[in-house]
Design a binder for this molecule. Structure first.
Ligand code: SF4
Ligand code: SF4
Length: 380
């Protein structure tokens, strides 16, 4: 199967019969799958496990879809490991909590597959990187013979969209992710880093859970949105083009796709060969209001001007006191250490790099993003 090919299968719900028929169809149409999966090899399934949320909250890849993929893998007699480095600290007790909430703990017991608890990592060099020449990567990923990247179709406040390429940020261990945000606060560079990471990891199989995804304030506080598809490709870049087409977002508005296109890694939807069911774009989808230009670095301005821009013009995280339980996760995970728990969270807007990790990682949907009207004019 060529790298420009994407298999599309309609799937209206997480009903097991429907999932089974879609996943069987996908495995059949990805004709080289038999050559990719070797007996006794270690196959790592890398879902999106951003937070410990139940499957019906649509933040994470649905466990019933993962179960169908495991069923198809069994005939290959490979060793199957499910793992991700979710947002926040990467340790055994947190992983266990997340596996339980997302339905994977039960799945691993029923299917007799392993869940990853290895939190070690290794620094690898990647001279071919366009921007980043080395990465700290989790060892459970480096130990895999084959990676199945199972993303969830959602919006993302910082990257506009999270699909297959963005899902691979979860190969970076825990709090190390914060360093990448700090080093690359502008969306353009952060996206190019993600493109480099995806080129390094190069998952052999990419499957997207686009049955029910998320629109609006994704990746954790948005609204459920039914798309009704499962899609797969050997290229995470091609799969994202199909995902963005389905979501109906302009490709140029998605920083990872824009960078991948610029570097010649992928083309437009017309250059993608779609197999299987007809892919019909969703209508009137809600995307985050934040644009690439909102994250522009203003630190090259004189400091008094930079302060004005940071305080009055840039979009900023806002905290809803009625929903906030003062757990402190936002402060603990802020890459810039810009949040103080002064009873309720309070942000130093001059330190804030507008990564919106606080919004992404708040389990209580207590963080919103406010975009000043003046900012809309300034960051055109
Ligand atoms: S905003 Fe969310 S993450 Fe931060 S303290 Fe409140 S509940 Fe916790
Ligand atoms: S306050 Fe929120 S948006 Fe600002 S740097 Fe911290 S995590 Fe990122």
């Amino acid at each position: 199967m060529g790298k420009n090919n994407v298999v599309v299968s309609k799937c209206d719900s997480y009903d097991n019969d429907q999932l089974k028929s879609s996943v069987t169809d996908i495995f059949k149409k990805m004709d080289n799958i038999e050559n990719l999966i070797k007996p006794n090899s270690t196959v790592v399934i890398k879902p999106n496990l951003l937070l410990g949320k139940s499957p019906d909250q649509v933040v994470t890849t649905h466990p019933d879809l993962i179960q169908q993929v495991i069923d198809r893998l069994k005939k290959f007699e490979c060793k199957i490991v499910i793992g991700d480095s979710p947002g926040g600290p990467f340790n055994e007790s947190r992983l266990k909590r997340i596996y339980k909430k997302t339905g994977l703990f039960k799945l691993s017991e029923n299917e007799n597959v392993s869940l990853n608890y290895n939190t070690s990592s290794t620094k690898i060099s990647f001279e071919e990187g366009f921007l980043v020449k080395s990465f700290e990567v989790s060892d459970f990923i480096l130990n895999a013979d084959l990676i199945i990247n199972m993303s969830k179709l959602k919006t993302h406040s910082f990257m506009k969209y999270t699909g297959s390429v963005k899902n691979l940020f979860g190969t970076i261990p825990g709090m190390k992710k914060a360093e990448y945000h700090l080093r690359m606060p502008e969306a353009e560079n952060f996206a190019l880093m993600l493109v480099d990471l995806a080129r390094y990891i190069t998952p052999q199989i990419n499957i997207m859970d686009a049955v029910i995804g998320m629109e609006g304030a994704g990746p954790s506080a948005g609204e459920k949105r039914k798309f009704g598809y499962i899609m797969a490709s050997t290229s995470c870049f091609s799969l994202d083009i199909a995902g963005a087409y389905l979501f109906n977002i302009d490709l140029e508005d998605i920083p990872t796709i824009k960078q991948a296109k610029k570097k010649g890694l992928v083309g437009n939807i017309e250059e993608i060969k779609l197999y299987g069911d007809k892919l019909v774009p969703a209508e009137n989808t809600l995307t985050p209001e934040i644009n690439e230009s909102d994250t522009r670095n203003v630190n090259n301005l004189p400091s008094f001007l930079a302060n004005i821009v940071n305080k009055l013009l840039k979009p900023r995280p806002v905290f809803n006191k009625e929903q906030c339980v003062k757990c402190g996760d936002c402060a603990a995970n802020c890459p810039a250490e810009a949040i103080e728990l002064d009873d309720y969270p309070k942000v130093d807007l001059n330190e804030c790099i507008r990564c919106f990790c606080c919004q992404e990682l708040c389990s209580y949907e207590a963080v919103g993003i406010k975009k000043p009207i003046l900012g809309k004019l300034f960051f055109k």
